[in-house]
Ligand binder design. Structure first.
Ligand code: A3D
Length: 305
């Protein structure tokens, strides 16, 4: 059952895929699509996607433009407004934290827009640095904690699952893997919980190969920044956020790692970090806490520094 309105803030690489995918899956009766980029990026992208709608046999209804009023009445919003990482002329790549100064300013205007036009919306935020931007939204908007979440864990865990599947030569459908912590190079892949068809991956993949996979997961975002030359990953991030939105809209109660406000869980108090959450009609309905090994806890503590 589709909700009345889904709001998308930011119509760049991720925003465009979000619009197309939400329309294809008929997640909402109407989509509000906003981007400040002139002359009118959001309107243009929405029109382009709508013109493809007859071909994919779907009806698309939307409000798109440069002002936040197109979001009016959204029950859920996904925020991608912010600059992405991009390769420097010397070939190096910035950290996500280096985006903070620019993206915090953007986030403040995003928060104002949400406040004005859809103050009760559940929010999934994607802009980087993920955890700091989600925290900023929390501080400004002060929503109930179940109604604000950051997308990163689903992406990082998806990357982990994909690399394990490749290594084992099996379908991604048979792989479970979990990445906790912040969305940065210090993220915490929980290797002992990775499974291949229910069997611990550690029993099947040699340790040095698993270690290499963990390392690749940590820097998977940077790997794409280097390959793209301009901008960062967008398809898998959009697909991950759509999974979260769909879990909420369809009350699926999916277990999805996402950045949630922890109040004591995993020894974290008052911060948003990636933890296993249950997402349903109540937003983040639960954090699934489990006992970490001392070395895992230590890694998790480091992601907060
Ligand atoms: P991009 O294609 O540049 O799109 C961002 C859009 O935001 C642009 O079209 C801008 O015009 C727009 N924008 C800027 N300021 C505003 C504003 N005030 N209001 C509305 N729109 C605005 O980037 P992208 O889509 O590739 O990435 C978007 C963000 O997501 C970046 O901060 C990335 O770093 C981040 N990102 C996060 C992940 C995670 O896993 C957390 C993964 C990939 C990208």
């Amino acid at each position: 059952m589709a909700i009345n309105k889904l709001g998308l803030i930011g119509g760049g690489n991720i925003g465009g895929v979000l619009f197309a995918e939400a329309a294809k899956r008929r997640l909402a009766k109407r989509i509000g699509f906003m981007d400040i980029k002139p002359p009118d990026l959001a309107k243009g992208k929405a029109l382009d996607i709508a013109e493809g709608a007859p071909t994919i046999s779907t009806d698309i209804h939307y409000d798109a433009g440069k002002e936040f009023n197109v979001l009016e009445g959204s029950e859920i919003v996904i925020n991608t407004a912010g600059v992405p990482r991009t390769k420097r002329p010397d070939g190096t790549i910035p950290t996500r934290e280096e985006l903070l100064q620019t993206n915090i300013k953007i986030t403040k205007s995003v928060a104002e827009g949400i406040q004005k036009y859809c103050p009760d919306a559940t929010i999934i935020s994607i802009a980087n640095p993920l955890d700091a931007i989600v925290y900023t939204l929390y501080k400004i908007l002060q929503p109930p904690k179940n109604k604000l979440m950051g997308m990163a864990g689903q992406l990082d865990s998806g990357r982990y699952r994909y690399f394990v599947a490749q290594e084992a030569g099996v379908s991604v459908e048979n792989i479970e893997a979990l990445v906790l912590g912040g969305h940065g190079d210090t993220m915490v892949p929980i290797t002992r919980l990775a499974t291949i068809g229910g069997i611990p991956a550690e029993e099947i993949i040699p340790k040095d190969r698993l270690d290499a996979i963990v390392e690749r997961v940590r820097f998977a975002g940077g790997e794409l920044v280097k390959l793209f030359g301009n901008g960062s990953a967008y398809y898998a991030p959009a697909a991950s956020a759509i999974e979260m939105a769909e879990a909420y809209l369809k009350d699926k109660k999916r277990v999805i790692p996402s950045a949630a406000l922890c109040e004591g869980e995993f020894g974290v108090d008052g911060y948003f970090i990636g933890v296993p959450t249950v997402i349903g009609a109540g937003g983040i309905e639960k954090i699934l806490e489990f006992k970490l090994l001392p070395e895992e806890q230590e890694m998790l503590n480091k992601t907060l520094i």
